[in-house]
Design a protein around this ligand. Structure first.
Ligand SMILES: Cc1cc2nc3c(=O)[nH]c(=O)nc-3n(C[C@H](O)[C@H](O)[C@H](O)COP(=O)(O)OP(=O)(O)OC[C@H]3O[C@@H](n4cnc5c(N)ncnc54)[C@H](O)[C@@H]3O)c2cc1C
Length: 314
């Protein structure tokens, strides 16, 4: 007689928690390089695109019961995922979380935006309707959920300025709504309870002059096109700007523009961008970041803080 299988081997596949209760596809060992704009990153142990709040809550609760780390992936445009990937469960919000609902009263619009909605599309929608407040975001890739977590901003605007409330699921998998008073936005940061997943934002916009709004957006587009290496895989600004200065300017001053480690290069177009020239690993990018931080610290006495998030195993 065969020895009894260990519990983990004996467990059938649809005991994989909510996998058996919901029809969404889940995968083992999904390469995360496919899901990040930098095109690097090893596999997620378990990866699932969830289709409803209920399914999201069920996976989170299931992970928590097993002390399994749970990571929420947005558009992957602000992430460097380690070459060994992410242990535990990686969740992505599916199409159900893209929906946007507008309520317009006079010159005020209250918009409920699903967290998986594409930031650029939401901006486009506001431009077409002639509402002001988000035009700074013209050209910011990724999801609106990732945008609020990062308090994404550009050219003097930040998403935090127009957010009235955040809806989501807490670390136990229960639905939750956080009003503006409970939200603490700072430069490229929003302090949220640990493990909170954003499923929708409530945003307040005001009617503006359509031509002026579109002109501001066009100017943002022009400035991006001029300096950013948009044709190569990247993750946006690597470093936060230190108070009163620009990270890109400091990196230029220490002579690192164009510097390369393996397949990672400090962009010759914009020194605060690292591009993947085709064969970069996450380790190359990290080594280039370490080199930059050391050189800027030694030469200028400024300690650069990453804007990108480094996640997973290295
Ligand atoms: C070419 C380029 C230009 C860029 N320009 C700008 C810019 O001008 N200004 C700017 O601020 N940023 C910029 N970025 C960075 C990036 O696009 C933004 O930070 C974006 O808002 C991140 O969204 P995302 O969906 O890709 O998030 P991800 O990169 O997937 O995730 C970022 C973080 O948010 C968390 N997260 C994502 N979604 C959720 C959710 N629903 N609930 C809970 N946690 C979540 C993730 O766990 C992760 O910690 C740029 C990036 C690129 C590639």
């Amino acid at each position: 007689m065969n020895a009894p299988a260990r519990e983990s081997e004996a467990r059938p596949i649809d005991d994989l928690g909510p996998a058996g209760r919901f029809s969404s596809a889940w995968k083992r060992d999904e390469p995360l390089a496919r899901h990040t704009s930098m095109r690097v990153g090893g596999p997620a142990d378990l990866f699932c695109e969830v289709a409803s709040d209920e399914e999201l809550g069920a996976w989170i609760a299931w992970g928590r019961e097993r002390a399994m780390p749970v990571f929420l992936l947005g558009g992957g445009t602000n992430l460097i995922v380690g070459d060994r990937g992410i242990r535990g469960l990686v969740l992505k919000l599916g199409r159900r979380f893209v929906r946007t609902e507008w309520t317009i009263e006079g010159d005020d619009a209250r918009v409920v935006v699903g967290a998986a909605a594409n930031f650029k599309r939401v901006v486009l929608d506001t431009l077409e309707r002639g509402f002001t407040g988000l035009e700074f975001g013209e050209g910011i890739p990724g999801t609106i959920g990732g945008g609020v977590i990062m308090n994404a901003g550009a050219f003097g605007g930040e998403i935090g300025e127009v957010v009235e409330a955040i809806c989501g699921v807490d670390a136990n998998g229960n639905p939750s709504r956080l009003p503006r008073e409970a939200l603490h936005f700072s430069y490229r940061h929003l302090a949220l309870p640990a493990g909170f997943v954003v499923t929708a934002l409530e945003v307040h916009l005001r009617r503006g002059d359509r031509e002026e709004i579109q002109a501001r957006a066009a100017e943002a587009r022009r400035r991006r096109g001029l300096r950013q290496p948009l044709g190569q895989p990247n993750a946006g600004s690597i470093w936060k700007n230190p108070p009163g200065d620009f990270a890109g300017r400091l990196i230029e001053q220490v002579g690192l523009q164009g510097e390369q480690v393996g397949g990672a290069q400090i962009s010759p177009r914009h020194a605060n961008f690292i591009v993947n020239t085709g064969s970069a690993t996450a380790a190359d990018i990290r080594a280039l970041m370490d080199l930059t931080r050391d050189r800027v610290w030694a030469a200028r006495g400024v300690w650069l803080e990453p804007e990108v998030r480094l996640v997973g195993e290295w």
